[in-house]
Design a protein around this ligand. Structure first.
Ligand SMILES: [Zn+2]
Length: 125
């Protein structure tokens, strides 16, 4: 289930609301249309057309997070931010167990292309 953005209104949605005709009923219809054709990237909260969301496995997230931190010289292990977004209450101890669970690692989240590239960019030093 994709959660509703609560704290921030994504840029594209704000833009959309500005362009909606100035009546609540019209706004509601347009918003419904908009959310039917678009889905939220769980990482950045932007709404993008459903068909350009990318599947990102937890395995990619965990592996790339580890590589990136190694490249930055950070030794302390923490939960990757996107995992925190999917599981806000996840404890670090539990995360340590999950990241060696192959079933869990093969689960996927849907993210926009920018986030996909940002998360999966491997440093070539
Ligand atoms: Zn995104």
């Amino acid at each position: 289930m994709v959660p509703e953005p609560v704290l921030t209104i994504p840029k594209k949605r704000r833009q959309f609301m500005k362009e909606a005709p100035d009546s609540n009923a019209a706004k509601k219809i347009m918003l419904e249309e908009f959310t039917r054709n678009n889905a939220m990237c769980i990482n950045c909260g932007e709404f993008v057309p459903m068909e350009i969301l990318h599947d990102l496995s937890y395995y990619s997230v965990v592996t790339n997070f580890k590589l990136r931190r190694a490249a930055e010289g950070i030794r302390k292990d923490t939960i990757p931010p996107i995992i925190k977004k999917v599981y806000p209450d996840l404890e670090f101890e539990k995360y340590k167990t999950l990241k060696s669970d192959l079933n869990w690692l093969h689960e996927k989240v849907k993210v926009c292309e920018d986030c996909y590239l940002e998360i999966t960019t491997v440093y070539h030093l």
